[in-house]
Design a protein around this ligand. Sequence first.
Ligand code: ADP
Length: 294
Amino acid sequence: MQSQEEESDGQTATEAMNAEVLATVGHELRSPLTSIKGYTATLLRQERRLSRQERQEFLLAIREASERLEAIVERFLEMSQLETGNLNARPIPVDAARVAQEALLNAQQRTNESLPAHFTFHLRLKDEHGALTSQEPLILADPRLLREVLDNLLDNAINYSPDGGRIDIVIYPVQSSSAGRQYAAQEMVSREERREGQMQTEGEAEQMLDICVCDHGLGIPDEHLERIFERFHRVDTGLTRTVNGLGLGLTICKRIVEMHGGRIWAESCSAGGSAFHVLFPLAEKSEVSDVHEI
Ligand code: ADP
């Protein structure tokens, strides 16, 4: 049984967390609202004195702040739909490499337009032996939700790489046991080991596709690698305080991936930066007649 002291320690920790969540949410809502109020007030007060170009700039800033508010509201609504089971995935056979390519191109456009840091984006497909391949694997996924997961991971890779750098998506087939222990055929074990059955997998192995998004940014301290998937959890660094965010993106990604029978986890890279692995079930040959075109 919990002692009174432990119970009150637990309560204090929960209260502190709730206070932190409220502060994050309050801050995220307040800063775009402050912009909208400030620019609107100036436009109303100084309308005649402002040049056409200044008016245009103010209106653009108001639009940007409104879009940020809209995105926050959308996040909350999506989170609530996922929690209440009101958002359902419609999985169909999807060409994962094409969705990844689209997401990369989109990320590239966004960074070229708005960020001073220089990023390069690369997509690589590998076969089960780790060799580069051009064969585009099909997975069973809801294409819109898959794209949302990739967009989220790429946004984070960009936001948490203040000096820019290389961002990769590497796609390769893996075996995943039903108990959830996965291994990448090419990178974690040698072919001999697999042949000799030395992997300690439990349950029946399932064919999955690992879509790995890697960056060379800040990296994530080990003690946060699991917690970042919890609602509102953000790693408290100087940079996180300057990057807008609610700490909901990865929670949403996790819910979406798990809805597809997949898994998501994060690793730190030894050379710095982070790698996010997302496993989706590969489509069986019999399911492949109806491939989704983007
Ligand atoms: P948000 O980015 O809105 O804060 P997320 O749920 O997407 O929320 O991410 C939670 C936290 O995980 C981030 O605040 C950040 O601290 C950390 N994080 C996520 N992706 C990365 C990354 N690629 N590199 C470093 N830290 C990351």
